[in-house]
Design a protein around this ligand. Structure first.
Ligand SMILES: Cc1ncc(COP(=O)(O)O)c(C=O)c1O
Length: 427
């Protein structure tokens, strides 16, 4: 449990605000974010890189709520985006275009044109066809596109299969041994200014060894490409820095900065980073109510009002989120299966979790839920979605209200030819 969420008089509190009071005002399920926790984490990274020319572009995909983006932008963060929608969010939240990076495996013509028109810092190209498309759109519209080429360094990130992105067979980037030929080709394309190389090898990486391996490869390439006459000025080293869900080591920003300083010694270039999870995961919890305690012949279930529609990570990646009660009691602990209300057997948050005896109406939180939580929520089963709340030194605000069923289907249409209710043939 990070310090922004702690027990006071046995009640869980976030920056001076009792989670019980939030539940009473806003209802559940609700994501609760601590502004201080996310900004402290950003400052920790920034401090670790003091003296190096480094820009931290927050990866919006982790949590793209405008209030979260604004809170981090106020501390100097830029934005790493993967769609026109995310660029629009970054701009709406006040991130200056000169601090916005546009990554992503397949940018459409409309997205490329929009990014160029907005004057963003850089587009990270993932393939030769994409480079050529950017060139065509930029030269037709009189722009010069600042482009970094994403290198696939072919390393194992040592993380979950579904969040590894830097191996030869992954769909991301171009093979590192093809980079020289691709850069030579890119140099001949109109409308493109090759500004750097980009890498991102995966997410939730807790060990620095995979970074050392991948960066070593990318930086050697960067030096060689400069020697070959390419005027590269930036190295975008991506994100992927791990967080604590269970008992992982906390990612050591200082040791990481020392590693980067050693690898980039004498390089004289600007460094970009794209942390998502590392900034927001531990700054958020998912607050939920027990709907039922259900006892079967051989198991006890706590059925929550949050489910895989609210937080899909356990169902999708077998992810672990600690579940703790909002009111801590000294009572004995029971092994319970903590599940959601969705009609899927995979809607399980954890089996055999040791919790005090809890019953209908009791409140729990799922910890470290600030990243890849609310952004992945869905309307599945048409249950009310999560609300989102930002807490800031005793103040709090709803930064996204809950959508009820009517709001979820408000923009759906029944075509005119289905207007009359058909008689059924039953009976
Ligand atoms: C290109 C890129 N940059 C940054 C990130 C953010 O990763 P993380 O949230 O692990 O820092 C991702 C996530 O998949 C990504 O694909």
């Amino acid at each position: 449990m990070i310090e922004a969420f702690r027990y006071e008089d046995e009640e869980l509190v976030c920056e001076g605000v009792a989670l019980r009071d939030l539940a009473a005002s806003v209802g559940t399920p609700t994501y609760v974010y601590s502004r201080r926790a996310m900004c402290d984490r950003l400052r920790e990274f920034q401090r670790a890189f003091t003296g190096q020319d480094a820009l931290f572009c927050y990866a919006l995909k982790a949590n793209s709520n405008l209030a979260v983006i604004r809170a981090l932008a106020n501390e100097g963060a830029g934005a790493d985006t993967v769609s026109m929608g995310e660029i629009k969010r970054a701009l709406a939240a006040g991130v200056p275009p000169q601090k916005i990076v546009f990554a992503g495996i397949a940018k459409t013509d409309e997205e490329i044109a929009f990014a160029l028109g907005a004057g963003i810092l850089q587009l990270n190209a993932e393939s030769v066809p994409e480079l050529e498309r950017v060139s065509a759109i930029a030269s037709a519209s009189g722009h010069t596109a600042p482009v970094a080429l994403r290198v696939n360094p072919d390393v194992e990130a040592g993380t979950h299969e579904k969040i590894s992105t830097g191996r030869r067979h992954d769909k991301f980037g171009v093979a590192h041994d093809e980079v020289p030929a691709i850069l030579d080709h890119a140099r001949t394309l109109p409308g493109i200014a090759l500004v750097g190389l980009h890498m991102h090898i995966g997410s939730q990486i807790t060990d620095t060894a995979p970074f050392e391996q991948a960066y070593g490869r990318g930086i050697a390439l960067f030096r060689a490409m400069r020697e070959a006459g390419h005027r590269l000025e930036r190295l975008d080293l991506g994100g992927g820095f791990g967080v604590r869900y269970r008992n992982e080591q906390s990612f050591d920003a200082t040791a990481f900065a020392a590693l980067v300083a050693r690898l980039t010694e004498g390089l004289d270039c600007r460094l970009l980073f794209e942390p998502g999870r590392a900034l927001v995961a531990e700054a958020g919890v998912l607050l939920s109510s027990v709907i039922y305690r259900k006892v079967t012949r051989d198991r006890q279930f706590l059925v929550l009002d949050a489910g895989m529609n609210t937080l899909i990570r356990p169902a999708m990646y077998d992810a672990f989120h600690e579940v703790v009660p909002v009111r801590r009691t000294g009572e004995e602990r029971l092994a319970v299966d903590v599940v959601g209300p969705i009609c899927e057997s995979s809607d399980v948050f954890g089996r055999g979790r040791l919790l005090p005896p809890l019953d209908a109406g009791d409140l729990v939180v799922l910890q470290s839920a600030g990243a890849y939580g609310a952004v992945m929520a869905s309307d599945y089963n048409s249950r009310p979605g999560p609300a989102e709340v930002l807490v800031d030194e005793g103040r709090w605000a709803i930064v996204r209200p809950r959508r009820n069923a009517e709001e979820q289907f408000a923009d759906e249409r029944i075509p005119p030819w289905l207007a009359g209710l058909e008689k059924t043939s039953v009976g």
